[in-house]
Design a protein around this ligand. Structure first.
Ligand code: 5AD
Ligand code: SF4
Length: 440
């Protein structure tokens, strides 16, 4: 038998892309491709791109520049571009970079194998009527005991800075039964921890059967049903919008033991003026009250957020309001970004603020977040937490896993195995991980 063809996928951006990359690898698997870790020995290189900030888009072109030499040396090699830059730029990519054979958007990647077979340059950025999830092969469990599962795609929120509603399209929820089937399949393959993904996951409104979105299933109902699957031990979800945190979802954080005490709830800014300009449709005060309710349901929940600094019109006062909000919440983690004007978004029409001012604000904000993240981590010392072993550590007899709060934890445990969920007493906190002793 001939050697299998090799596929190298590079994934940029968010967890939804990580999930899509796994599914594209599985789709190409049906055509005899196996994945490889280097572009050099690949027969096909697929770049799964992100369009959220300008820098992310630029990376695609610098990577394609580097791949040119590789393709010159190996003319049969196929190069594909997937993801949100593919969606946004389409045939512009093949024009600018003739070495690219395939351009495929996030809604049509189930067609990738037939596009690759057809040969020549192929571009597909449709939002086809069929559901790609119905046509993709069954899942594998490639990331060990923790897996992502996309339940919702697209976004109807239209934050003034964001390209997602344009690249990923309108909000669509997958039918609940299909998600439950996919989850059961993953658990049969050894998955113990599932993170439900969506651009705006807590807006999930799926139908029960095969009828697609707009149904009466909410995210909390889906979580409660998933929690009944034997062998599934942990559930998380990301990313959420504050305005879609309904009462039952908040209640689930208090009464559903499998729902982990970690919540990524982006606020972007702490200034009401900027929140309004961003079209976020809530105030800083409303966000703080929401956090109080979530903490009342689950006092030890670890909170995380996204922040944008330097949004058009942001003054020192607005920025101080953001720092005040961060101080009031006390985050365990956060992602922060300098505003990047995205073509086609309403905010891109507005004059930008001084880039150096934005850089300085970003540094200040990140220093505050780092301080809070360290404090939250240090406060774990002495506590007992669950840890799901994901891989052996660097030292012999050591296991590494994630805690309930998503901290990386090193445990000395010579008999521990990957996929085991154990109780651990945390004994030390270093800059970005914890150490502890197994107690069960
Ligand atoms: N500039 C900077 N950051 C952005 N984000 C989204 N769009 C932009 C932009 N134009 C950030 C937001 C969002 C995260 C995924 O990326 O904080 O929550
Ligand atoms: Fe973008 Fe999130 Fe706003 Fe939707 S809710 S427009 S994905 S930032």
């Amino acid at each position: 038998m001939a050697d299998p063809k090799k596929l190298f996928i590079k994934t940029y951006g968010c967890q939804m892309n990580v999930y899509d990359s796994e599914r594209m690898a599985e789709a190409m698997g049906t055509d005899g491709y196996v994945t490889t870790d280097t572009a050099e020995d690949a027969d096909m290189v697929l770049l799964n791109t992100c369009h959220i900030r300008e820098k992310a888009g630029q990376k695609l072109y610098s990577d394609l520049g580097r791949l040119r030499a590789l393709k010159d040396a190996k003319p049969g090699m196929k190069i594909g571009v997937a993801g949100c830059v593919a969606q946004a730029e389409g045939a512009e990519i093949t024009r600018r970079m003739p070495i690219v054979d395939l351009v495929v958007g996030p809604q049509s990647y189930h067609r990738l194998p037939e596009m690759a077979r057809a040969g020549g340059q192929q571009v597909n950025t449709e939002f086809p009527a069929e559901d790609k999830f119905d046509l993709l092969p069954e899942r594998k469990a490639t990331r060990g005991p923790a897996a992502f599962l996309t339940v919702q795609e697209g976004c109807d929120k239209f934050c003034a800075f964001c390209v997602v509603p344009y690249t990923r399209g309108a909000e669509v929820s997958r039918p609940a039964q299909r998600i439950l089937t996919e989850a059961r399949g993953l658990v049969e393959k050894g998955v113990r921890d599932i993170t439900l993904l969506g651009q705006n996951v807590n807006a999930y409104h799926g139908g029960g059967g095969g009828e697609g979105g707009g149904g009466d299933w909410t995210l909390s109902r889906l979580i409660r049903e998933l929690a009944r699957i034997d062998g599934l031990q942990r559930i998380r979800y990301t990313t959420s919008h504050p305005n879609d945190m309904d009462d039952d979802l908040i209640a689930a954080h208090g009464d559903e033991p499998k729902l982990m005490p970690y919540l990524h709830l982006p606020v972007q800014s702490g200034s009401d003026r900027i929140l309004k300009a961003m079209n976020r449709k809530h105030t800083a005060e409303a966000y703080l009250r929401l956090i109080e309710r979530i903490r009342a349901a689950r006092p030890d929940i670890l909170l995380s957020s996204d922040f944008i600094v330097g949004f058009p019109g942001e003054t020192d006062r607005d920025f101080e309001d953001t720092l005040d909000l961060i101080r009031a919440v006390g985050y365990g983690a956060a992602y922060s970004f300098k505003y990047s004007a995205r073509p086609g978004t309403p905010a891109a029409e507005k004059p930008e603020i001084d880039s150096h001012v934005a850089d300085a604000r970003l540094q200040t904000l990140q220093a505050l977040i780092t301080e809070q993240q360290r404090a939250v981590q240090a406060a774990m010392v002495g506590r007992e937490v669950g840890v799901l072993y994901e891989k052996p550590g660097r030292n012999a007899g050591q296991m590494i896993g994630k805690s309930d709060h998503l901290h990386a934890v090193h445990v000395d445990d010579a008999t521990g195995t990957v996929g085991e969920l154990v109780r651990v007493r945390i004994s030390a906190s270093s800059s970005n991980s914890l150490a502890g002793e197994r107690i069960s």
